[in-house]
Structures are given as structure tokens and as C-alpha cells.
Design a protein. Sequence first.
Length: 123
Amino acid sequence: MLTKPLYEILPFGYMALGSSSFIALDINYALIAATVVFVLGARIYVMRSQNRRTDSAKRRKSGYLPEIIYNFLPFIYLLAALAIFKFLPKDLYPILAICLLSYGLYILVRRSLYRRHKLPITP
């Protein structure tokens, strides 16, 4: 059994490992493996996040994107920023990558405000 602090940072560890491998490695199958590790870390984070939602289902706004894409949108932005840093390191592309990275992190922070476990009140 994992301790709670280790359990909580596990998806971030997967995403950090996938991100650093994506940036550092040049072999095609290593890039694919790094992307898979990043996506699996994002999947674990999304599953935990959905389980920890504290806003009621009635108050949620329905959007124009499918739910699976909506949930993975910040991670898509982060992975796109990594790809821009890796494959287009010249001209104005790093500025676009920084914007995507900042916006992806902003979305994650905003969503984390509504995803806190509340302990049940026992009489």
C-alpha cells in the first residue's frame, strides 16, 4: 500500500517523467512511449479529479465539447506546448508554447478549486 503523499503525487510523477522523456529523447519509439506515459498520468489525474468533484451535477454547464475532450484539454495544451518546444524551437514558436503551457496550467488550477474531497458529516 502506498502512503497518501506518494499516492497523491503519482499522476504528476508520470506526467513529469513523460514530459522530460519527450523533451530529452530523440528516438521515435521513445517519443511514443513518453507520450503514452504522459497520457496515462493525465488519465489517472482525470479519473481522480472526476471522483473528487464537489460541485453538484445540476450546476454544471454543458459545453460544446465532448466530456472526454473537455477533461483532457489542459493536458492537450501541455503536450502541444512540449511538442512546440521540441520540434519548433525557433522564431516566435516558443512564445506560443509558453502561452499554451500557461493556459493549460491555469485551467488545471481553476478546476482544482472544485475538486476537493469533503469528509462526510457523521452524527
